[in-house]
Design a protein around this ligand. Structure first.
Ligand SMILES: NC(=O)c1ccc[n+]([C@@H]2O[C@H](COP(=O)([O-])OP(=O)(O)OC[C@H]3O[C@@H](n4cnc5c(N)ncnc54)[C@H](O)[C@@H]3O)[C@@H](O)[C@H]2O)c1
Length: 324
């Protein structure tokens, strides 16, 4: 029996494939390579280039590999892009997501781990944010993920689809062989390190007058290997007959943008210039998870929770990649 990993050529998906294989799991990857990298998937893993909205392809994969579950990472995930291209985001993340769910059910697959996001909460009313916080996304990307959660809830009631929606806060860091390489790159740490490498002249810091100690936004950073581990635990929960769940994945404390830049200067020993730019609409001042539920329910214990270790892992990966 195999696990279908959609988006397995992307950042978090490829790291999770690495961890699954280390545990002896059989994995099949489906990715359209719109944002992923073929070489992030080991050559001995079955790989299908195609979209999760291709029902016949998913049906064929299910027949060829005897699927027992799916980890669904595949999505477009840039907040700003979703504001200017909402149709593309709802088509890719929601319409195609529904086709995937229907194709899985048709093939008898009823276990799904889903990549959700803290963007479903919108502007926080209290910090830390717990799973029952109100959900009012401030952009189409966040809505696309919230719609999928609601659809999966209905599918659970009607068709007994069991799912765990993992609401990630900020994924970051790298393993020895896999790291974050997006184009465009919307995330802070890769841009900060691109600066340290000399590939970028200055990091843009959006807003310096937020109600935080240094005026820049505060985010909860989670190492990608810890995220990957949570998917394995979520799958175990479903295999053991667990109910559907929605779980925050964060470390429970936050760092400001300026703290990230300062830590990266210390870790790399290189200068990192930054420039202040206007706030981005819909960027909350603080996003920090209340992650007690995932720790209790799945016994998830993040290994790399401090910022310096996270940045060091990413820097080391970049040095290996580019021989900076
Ligand atoms: N990176 C983060 O900080 C973060 C935070 C919260 C949630 N997430 C979610 O986690 C998931 C993975 O994020 P990531 O950072 O690894 O992104 P990524 O872009 O690196 O990976 C996504 C992968 O999915 C593929 N893909 C996209 N649409 C597809 C489709 N319709 N059919 C087949 N393949 C498709 C892309 O080619 C890519 O390889 C996404 O669902 C994202 O929304 C990420």
């Amino acid at each position: 029996m195999a696990i279908l990993v959609t988006g397995g050529a992307g950042y978090i998906g490829s790291v999770t494939v690495e961890l699954l294989r280390a545990k002896g799991e059989r994995v099949v990857v489906l990715d359209d390579l719109a944002r992923g990298h073929r070489d992030a998937v080991p050559s001995d893993v079955s790989f299908y280039q195609g979209s999760v909205g291709a029902a016949e392809l998913v049906g064929r994969i299910a027949r060829e590999h005897e699927l027992e579950s799916c980890i669904h990472f595949a999505a477009l995930a840039c907040v700003g892009e979703s504001v200017t291209e909402p149709a593309r985001y709802f088509d890719n993340n929601v319409r195609q997501g529904i086709v995937l769910l229907d194709s899985l059910l048709k093939a008898g697959v009823r276990r799904l781990v889903f990549s959700s996001t803290c963007a479903i909460y919108g502007e926080p009313e209290q910090i830390p944010i717990s799973e029952d916080h109100s959900q009012q996304p401030t952009n189409p990307y966040g809505w696309s993920k919230l719609f999928m959660e609601r659809i999966m809830e209905s599918y659970d009631r009607a068709y007994a689809l069991k799912f765990v929606a993992l609401r990630y806060f900020n994924a970051c860091g790298a393993t020895e062989n896999r790291g974050e390489q997006h184009d465009p790159e919307p995330h802070l740490i890769p841009n900060v390190l691109a600066c340290a490498e000399g590939r970028l002249t200055a990091v843009s810091v959006f807003g310096n007058n937020y109600p935080t100690p240094d005026g820049t936004p505060i985010r909860d950073y989670v190492h990608v290997a810890d995220l990957g581990e949570a998917h394995i635990l979520a799958l175990k929960h479903l295999r053991d007959g667990g109910e559907s769940e929605r779980l925050n994945l964060g470390n429970g404390y936050g760092y400001s943008v300026l703290e990230v830049i300062e830590t990266a200067r210390e870790v790399t020993g290189r200068p990192i210039a930054f420039k202040f730019e206007p706030r981005r609409p819909g960027d909350p001042s603080r996003l920090v998870a209340d992650a007690k539920k995932v720790r209790t329910l799945l016994n998830w214990q993040p290994e790399f929770s401090d910022l310096a270790s996270i940045i060091r892992s990413d820097w080391q990966w970049r040095l290996n990649q580019h021989r900076t």
